[in-house]
Design a protein around this ligand. Structure first.
Ligand code: SER
Length: 390
């Protein structure tokens, strides 16, 4: 099943069940939000989960692009991505958690063809303050799926204070078609979590107390790239059709090891999506995140060949990425932003090498040196470190 078909199957499924599909899905949260980028599918819906009526009703679904830089050092492995998409469905005080789980099972089984013997679910087993989630337990038992109860793993909260509640996660066996499932989600990592259904029913206060919400909601989120990888039977997201154009073009273009290829691929793809949402490189805020992504990709590319250039990146790959994220910006202006940042970074590196070659910087650098290099020559600390790494 192609990624496009997977997304279409998801959105059709929920619209047939009365959900309004939210379009847009930009990486930029509304102006009043204190975070720079949208970090999850539910993120833009937080005020509505807290009780505000949503103009499009009480049943919603979306495909939301998200950006997270918390796992930046993991990028380059087979699964971590900086920009990814979440498929989400919500009941804002409409149907209950049990209905959400039933539809979750139906979509995975009938829509995506996952046999029940390759599924395992987890539920909240209670923690002394909140009792076990028996509604979910009963629902899964009725549906005939194996269930594992946990404590903390099945309690969802984003911040110490705010919305929270028990959740139920659906796992799929990825041990290979001929290998019968073994163990359980907490004992065998080949069980991969694909879909989280949260019963959003409490608000946690500063003092730790839990206040039941007047209008409990259901909030579900499923990482698209992980789902695609599982459904297409791959170990690595980079082997899925989502990355096919990138992985076809990059290795012949730049001869890098696997980790570096994946890092460059992720960062450039994410950079394009961020530019596609209207951000430009700058020394602070969102622009700085974008700048870091592009410069990390360039640092990797230039490590063993400074003649590599983003002008060799085919426009098709840029265009494909913008299309995938449903971003109408033309390919040329986006490429121009990448190339302009490459030129700036090149000039900065040249200056940095010249300055750091001076006698003053031969030994270990003091805090004052770092300050001077930053304030007088515009050389950020991480760049200085990179330039001094043999
Ligand atoms: N709140 C859940 C999550 O972020 C489902 O959207 O994973």
């Amino acid at each position: 099943m192609s990624t496009d078909r997977i997304v279409g199957t998801f959105t059709d499924f929920f619209s047939e069940r009365g959900h309004q599909h939210l379009t847009g899905g930009t990486l930029l949260p509304p102006p009043c939000d204190r975070v720079l980028f949208t970090t999850s599918g539910m993120h833009p819906l937080t005020p509505y989960l807290q009780g505000r009526p949503h103009p499009q009703g009480t049943r919603l679904s979306s495909v939301q692009r998200c950006l997270r830089t918390t796992d930046l050092d993991e990028v380059g492995d087979r699964t971590h991505l900086t920009v990814f998409e979440m498929l989400g469905s919500w009941s804002l005080g409409d149907y209950g958690h049990s209905q959400s789980l039933r539809w979750g099972y139906e979509l995975l089984h009938d829509g995506f063809g996952i046999p029940p013997e390759r599924m395992y679910v987890t539920v909240f087993g209670g923690d002394g303050r909140v009792g076990p989630d028996s509604e979910s337990l009963d629902t899964w038992r009725e549906l005939g799926l194996p269930v594992e109860s946990t404590r903390d793993e099945n309690w969802w909260s984003h911040d110490p204070v705010g919305l929270c509640g028990p959740d139920s996660e659906i796992f799929v066996w990825t041990g290979g078609l001929g290998v019968p499932p073994q163990g359980s989600p907490t004992t065998d990592p080949r069980w991969v979590e694909v879909w989280n259904h949260v019963s959003m029913r409490y608000r946690r206060h500063e003092d730790g107390s839990l206040q039941p919400l007047q209008r409990p909601c259901v909030d579900t989120g499923m990482g698209l790239e992980r789902l695609v990888t599982v459904l297409q039977g791959h170990d690595s997201v980079y082997d899925s059709d989502l990355f096919e154009p990138w992985m076809r073009v990059l290795p012949p273009l730049w001869d890098l090891d696997g980790t570096s290829t994946r890092l460059v691929c992720d960062h450039l793809r994410s950079g394009i999506a961020v530019i596609g949402d209207g951000v430009r490189p700058s020394p602070t805020g969102r622009g700085y995140v974008l700048r870091r992504l592009i410069r990390r990709a360039l640092t990797t590319l230039w490590r063993d060949d400074p003649s590599r250039t983003l002008s060799d990146l085919p426009g098709d790959v840029v265009g494909h990425t913008l299309d995938h994220f449903r971003q109408p910006r033309g390919t040329s202006p986006v490429r121009e932003v990448l190339l302009d940042e490459e030129r700036r970074f090149g000039r900065l590196l040249e200056r940095g090498r010249r300055v750091l070659g001076g006698q003053r910087f031969e030994g270990p650098l003091s805090e004052e040196d770092y300050r001077y290099l930053h304030d007088t020559h515009g050389l950020p600390r991480d760049l200085v470190t990179t330039l001094r790494t043999p």
